[in-house]
Ligand binder design. Structure first.
Ligand SMILES: [Zn+2]
Length: 120
């Protein structure tokens, strides 16, 4: 079925199949370049850091709970700027999590590593 469409890249009206979004190949690649070159790139970068952080925590914490030094994490390439969520205890101590693996900064640059048990 052919119908009147509007190009989502340049806004021009064109006639085409109902699943067509662009008036031309040029508009399609311009649009896709913007997507992959922009926000997707950032998302991929952050995802990569989070996955790396998670695998470092997993490697340093095979038993689900341990204490390590901040330097061990840094040496492994851990990035303290990125985590998926935080958890604050009643005492006001804040854990940072990368997926199910978390850490709590202790005194003298020691770090408590924990693993959240998934209940579902
Ligand atoms: Zn177009």
């Amino acid at each position: 079925m052919e119908e009147n469409k509007q190009c989502i890249e340049c806004g021009r009206d064109f006639f085409g199949r109902s699943d067509k979004k662009f008036c031309s190949d040029g508009c399609r690649s311009a649009y896709n370049n913007k997507i992959t070159g922009g926000s997707d790139k950032l998302v991929r970068k952050v995802n990569r850091i989070l996955k790396k952080n998670r695998s470092i925590l997993q490697k340093l914490n095979p038993d689900g709970k341990t204490t390590t030094h901040r330097d061990q994490l840094l040496k492994a390439g851990f990035d303290f700027d990125y985590h998926t969520n935080t958890y604050t205890t009643k005492e006001g101590r804040q854990y940072a999590f990368c997926y199910e693996y978390g850490y709590l900064p202790l005194e003298k640059d020691f770090v408590l590593l924990v693993k959240r048990e998934e209940s579902n």
